[in-house]
Design a protein around this ligand. Structure first.
Ligand SMILES: NC(=O)C1=CN([C@@H]2O[C@H](COP(=O)(O)OP(=O)(O)OC[C@H]3O[C@@H](n4cnc5c(N)ncnc54)[C@H](OP(=O)(O)O)[C@@H]3O)[C@@H](O)[C@H]2O)C=CC1
Ligand SMILES: Nc1nc(=O)c2c([nH]1)NC[C@@H]1CN(c3ccc(C(=O)N[C@@H](CCC(=O)O)C(=O)O)cc3)C=[N+]21
Length: 304
């Protein structure tokens, strides 16, 4: 079997080789376009990232978001709050950021500790600064197909970008199976695919015949949070597989590694294209966050 990396936006499915979708490279191209658009617009977008508690993985992601923002010529402010901070303190910080004209994007890293209601926190963010795309106004626009000034969740937006990079811009009529129905990945992913005129099936923990349903898919998006859960027998030959999962595991040899939700090594012989973990969807999430922040800043300039 031959495998080729996906370079740029070229459709590479025709030559019978399996495409390992190079999300890192595609993400880098998006970052470059954000940098140049920012310079042309001559603006300094401001991104505020709020981290509650000291979860090691969350700290790593938040740091990499801040670093990328600076690289793009943004101002990045990071707020590290103590794990036992009250909900009202978080709401007060968000209120201040909503009223700060130098800040165009606000992101609250999830999950939040138990004493804080994540719905309250997310809905308190001004919708035009909600660069995660989780506010009801943005999710409502996404599900109703209102594209005016919408902010689309970063991971699903990045996943669609990769799917189109390999399948072309028309996904109409394709059967897409999304595994997972979270508000941050599964549901908005299904909405986006529906918007692209795919036939969409959503599989979750109560689904009775997940493997059989998944086997009907031209496009599989896995966002479950279980290492290597999607097996070779779930995949229709030639399917395009997007692995959103990020799972830290310790191997039998005692090595700590990152694996996806898809059993990559066994699925690879069946698929036409697949994202690796790491280096697939993860970097796309961060570049889409930069794109959303730039977009929010451009819109605020237009309104001002
Ligand atoms: N690459 C990236 O940029 C990002 C990666 N992630 C990763 O993606 C994965 C999913 O994240 P997230 O959506 O936040 O996770 P959640 O835990 O919020 O959601 C997981 C979903 O998977 C479903 N599920 C659980 N077990 C099964 C099963 N056995 N069969 C079918 N469905 C099942 C759940 O169903 P039910 O609703 O019934 O409980 C739920 O809808 C994680 O590994 C996370 O780390 C997340 C965000 C961004
Ligand atoms: N409000 C909010 N918005 C989010 O978008 C959000 C969140 N909360 N909480 C957690 C999840 C997870 N997430 C990731 C982003 C980038 C990588 C990423 O860059 N991953 C690298 C590897 C990183 C590593 O080595 O640990 C890769 O896949 O190549 C992973 C996961 C965003 N999330």
């Amino acid at each position: 079997m031959t495998t080729v990396p996906l370079s740029s936006n070229k459709l590479s499915l025709s030559n019978n080789a399996t495409v390992i979708i190079d999300g890192k490279r595609v993400a880098e191209e998006i970052i470059e376009s954000v940098k140049s658009r920012r310079a042309i617009e001559n603006i300094v977008p401001g991104l505020a990232v709020i981290l509650v508690g000291n979860d090691a993985a969350s700290s790593v992601y938040v740091r990499s978001k801040s670093a990328r923002a600076k690289e793009c010529g943004f101002v990045s402010k990071q707020f590290d709050l103590h794990a036992d901070v009250s909900e009202s303190e978080v709401l007060e910080l968000i209120n201040n950021l909503n009223n700060d004209s130098t800040i165009h994007g606000i992101l609250v890293q999830l999950p939040l500790p138990k004493q804080i209601n994540a719905h309250h926190v997310i809905q308190s963010i001004a919708p035009e600064k909600d660069v995660d795309g989780f506010h009801y106004l943005n999710t409502g626009k996404l599900t109703t197909g209102d594209t005016s000034d919408v902010l689309v969740p970063c991971t699903p937006a990045g996943s669609i970008h990769l799917i189109k990079a390999v399948m072309g811009s028309t996904l109409s009529g394709k059967h897409a199976v999304v595994i997972g129905r979270s508000n941050i990945v599964g549901k908005p992913m299904a909405s986006l695919l529906l918007q692209e005129n795919c036939t969409v099936t959503i599989i979750h923990s109560r689904t009775e015949t997940p493997a059989e349903l998944c086997k009907l898919a031209d496009i599989v998006v896995a966002a479950v949070g279980i290492p290597k859960h999607i097996k070779e027998g779930w995949i229709k030959p030639g399917a395009v597989v997007i692995d959103v999962g990020i799972n830290r595991i310790t191997t039998e040899e005692g090595k700590n590694t990152l694996v996806g939700d898809v059993d990559f090594d066994n699925v690879i012989d069946k698929v036409s294209a697949i994202t690796p973990v790491p280096g697939g969807v993860g970097p796309m999430t961060i570049s889409m966050l930069m794109q959303n922040t730039l977009e929010a800043a451009i819109r605020s300039k237009r309104i001002a």
